[in-house]
Design a protein around this ligand. Sequence first.
Ligand SMILES: C[S@@+](CC[C@H](N)C(=O)[O-])C[C@H]1O[C@@H](n2cnc3c(N)ncnc32)[C@H](O)[C@@H]1O
Length: 200
Amino acid sequence: MTDNAMEFQSLVEQTKPTPHHIERAEIIKSLIPDNQGGIGAEIGVYKGQLIRPILDIVSPQELHIIDPWYLLGKEWQWGEESRSTTQALLAILAAYEDEFVSKRLVLHVGSSLDLLSTFPDDYFDWVYLDTIHTYEHTLRELNLLKLKVKKEGVIIGDDWNPEPTQPQHDLYRAVTEFVEAENYELIYADTNNTQWAIRK
Ligand SMILES: C[S@@+](CC[C@H](N)C(=O)[O-])C[C@H]1O[C@@H](n2cnc3c(N)ncnc32)[C@H](O)[C@@H]1O
């Protein structure tokens, strides 16, 4: 292998899913309308490890991936191995070239709060929300998503933690308050795998 080919290969390695990613895709599939396909979004993508399981297991016609990557800076302040935001994005471009060209996968570089408002209303059958999980940010995302996800659609996410002493409890607080205020239904919540889902 040439040095370039080896570099390319090690970039693509970053996008390989863990068993957790495969489990998440199976949960998404079990919760979405007709258990398959549709138009979906992963909001908060990081190194793209959930993309392949979503494409293979959930099988969406169109998957939008939304993350600021380099707009947050050269590196994330957390994470294992490479923290480079541009390397993560390059890896995703390299690993999913065919899906980008066929337009089954659509890239959006920017914040959820800026980009979600650019989609038509009632556009998504489902979204997977996995961004910064603060109270204020999550509530703002949910208030945008209530317009952008179809009536029968589902908002699914990560980091469900009902324990008030835990940092991710802010997300739990935002989701439960939103459900109450907007007459949504909590259709899935699991403290072991920390996944949750709501529907109108
Ligand atoms: C926990 S990681 C996502 C993990 C990914 N969903 C997975 O399963 O591998 C959180 C991601 O949220 C992204 N993020 C931070 N602020 C964001 C924002 N305002 N809008 C969208 N994504 C954001 C970060 O860049 C980071 O990649």
